[in-house]
Design a protein around this ligand. Structure first.
Ligand code: ZN
Length: 335
């Protein structure tokens, strides 16, 4: 690979960096310029069941991008769908990948030989929206990513806040329904079981089983088999005006708004950015979320609440944020 020597802190801010986003199904990487522009991308499937193969996929994406880039690279930022310790050395737990107390930094450092930043994917996305997107310049910004589950990130006073143990912002696992739906984290009734893409599919299946007549239009999409209904089916049906699908999106949006009201009670954010796959549904989810927030905000009518806005950086937020975080870490002598 070219440029194995870390650049000095003084010029790091002007150099491109690699950003890697690791989800449950793929490793996506990009060469990212200091202004947030993605100059090139590469991807590999994530073999979720194997730590070794996931790390192979990361190394392969880094190699392809580094070989194709003409010029120095400041380092590699890695945002992954997992809970990291505060230093980013260890993945404590990943509900959808194989990491369990895995020494990811050590493993990757040996293979990549480059400065690194490692952390949670939603943290990286939060940072990207703060630096270049919908939360630019906010004193206190929260990111909520709606996908398979709910991810979260906090940027306060110009710093990403990772918590004392690295796992701040995991509000997808706030309990919103006592003894509710079982969650991959081991608890029941977590917020992400009611306000995520997975939740959308589960609610659709429940309604289709109990009220097949009401769900006739949805069931047509899956040859009458309610077990095959997913969040994507609901999203497509809603875009085509299916009233039940729209109602299900309203329900997910309403759960989202209630959770934001609870977060506002704790953190009083200036802006809450909604990203992740479900956020492409835009106002069909955000509208009901704002309505619920208006009704549920503690002290409503007597205090300002947060702005709730759609993410601007889309699917590239994780890689853009991770790249900028390694750039910043090198500039501060922390990588
Ligand atoms: Zn949970």
């Amino acid at each position: 690979m070219p440029s194995p020597t870390p650049p000095s802190g003084t010029d790091a801010a002007d150099l491109a960096a690699l950003g890697i986003d690791i989800g449950g199904t793929k490793v996506a990487g990009g060469v990212v310029a200091p202004d947030g522009t993605v100059l090139a991308t590469a991807r590999r499937a994530t073999p979720g069941s194997s730590v070794q193969e996931t790390e192979d996929a990361i190394a392969a994406v880094v190699e392809v991008l580094a070989r194709g880039h003409d010029g120095p690279l400041v380092g590699v930022g890695v945002g992954a769908a997992g809970w990291f310790d505060r230093t980013g050395d260890t993945v404590l737990f990943s509900p959808h990948l194989a990491w369990r107390h895995s020494a990811l930094r050590k493993d990757l450092a040996a293979r990549l030989q480059r400065p690194m930043w490692l952390g949670n994917d939603a943290d990286a996305a939060a940072w990207a929206e703060y630096r270049y997107g919908a939360a630019r310049g906010a004193d206190l910004a929260l990111m909520i990513t709606l996908g398979t589950g709910i991810g979260g990130g906090i940027v306060m006073d110009g710093r990403l806040q990772r918590g004392s143990h690295g796992v701040a912002g995991e509000w997808g696992h706030m309990r919103v329904v006592p003894d509710g739906r079982l969650c991959a984290c081991g608890n029941r009734g977590c917020w992400e079981q009611y306000a995520s893409g997975t939740a959308l599919g589960q609610t659709a299946r429940e309604v289709a089983r109990s009220s097949p007549a009401a769900a006739a239009m949805l069931l047509e999409r899956v040859d009458g088999d309610p077990d095959r209904l997913s969040g994507e089916h609901v999203a497509t049906a809603a875009a085509e005006g299916d009233p039940l699908a729209l109602e299900l999106l309203t329900e997910v949006g309403s759960w989202l708004g209630q959770g934001i009201a609870d977060l506002a009670a704790v953190l009083d954010p200036e802006v809450v950015v909604i990203g992740g796959g479900v956020s492409v549904l835009g106002e069909m989810v955000l509208g009901p979320a704002r309505e619920r927030l208006d009704r549920a905000l503690p002290g409503r009518g007597f205090r300002p609440g947060p702005r709730v806005v759609a993410a601007r950086l889309g699917a590239e937020a994780g890689m853009v944020g991770a790249a900028d975080l390694v750039r910043r870490a090198v500039a501060e002598g922390q990588a």
